[in-house]
Design a binder for this molecule. Sequence first.
Ligand code: PEP
Length: 250
Amino acid sequence: MTEKILVIANWKMKLGLQESKDLAAVYKKLVKSEAEVIVCPTFVSLDAVGKVLAGSGIKLGAQDCFWEKSGAFTGEVSVSEIKETGAAFVIIGHSERRKYLNETDEIVHEKTKLAISAALTPIICVGETFDQRQQGAKDYVLINQTTKAVEGLEIEAGQQVIIAYEPVWVIGSGQAIEPQEAEAAHQVIRQSLFDLFSAETVKNNFRIVYGGSVDGQNVHTFTCLNNTSGVLVGGASLTINDFVAIIKNV
Ligand code: PEP
C-alpha cells in the first residue's frame, strides 16, 4: 500500500474560535483529497474544530502539549485532554515555542515521550536558525535536535512519529528553500534515526516532512522527493484558496 502524502495545517494563534470553526467548515466542504490532511488549531478551538470536521476524513492535531500527565500546572493542557477532543496528533517543539517560550531539547523530549505514551502521533519540529546555517552548523543542529527528541524512547509497532524539518529562517518568509536542500536535510535526520533505532523501526514508524513557506506553486517539488512524506503548512493553510491549491498540487 502506498503511503498517503501528509499535509499538516498549523493554524498557529491566527484565528479566533468562530473563525476556526468557519474555516474548518470550508475545509470540510472543499478539501477533498487522497492526502492525509491534519488540522492543528489552538487548544481553545480544538474540540469545536474536531466536531466540525467529524466525518470528513480530515484529522485533528494540537499545537502543543504539557510534559506531565496531570497536576498543578496552571495554564497547561494534558495529552489525555487533547485525546478526548479526538485529536490524534500533536506538534512538539515548533521553532516559535523554542524561541518565545524557551522550549529546550529536554522539554521536547519529555513532551514527545508523554505524547507517545498516550498513543498520540508527535510531530516534532527541528531546524536551524539563519545564524546556525551561516556558521555551518545546520547538520549538527538537525542531528542534535532529532537525537535529543527521540533518543531512548520505546517505539511500539504501529506508533507513528513525524519529524518536521523546518528551517527557522524560512518560516513565514514566503520563500521556501530549494527541494534538494530539504532532501539533504531529511537524509541527515534519517541518518540520526538509524543511529538510534533499527532500520525497520525507522522505515515503519518514522515519517519526515518539510515545512517553511510551502504554497500551491512549490508543494510538489517537496512532496515528490524520495525521502519526504509530506509538508507542514503555516500561512498558506489559513486561506482556503491557497490551501486548496496545495491539496490540488500535492
Ligand atoms: C509553520 O508554522 O510551521 C510554517 C511552516 O509556517 P509557513 O508555512 O507560514 O512558513
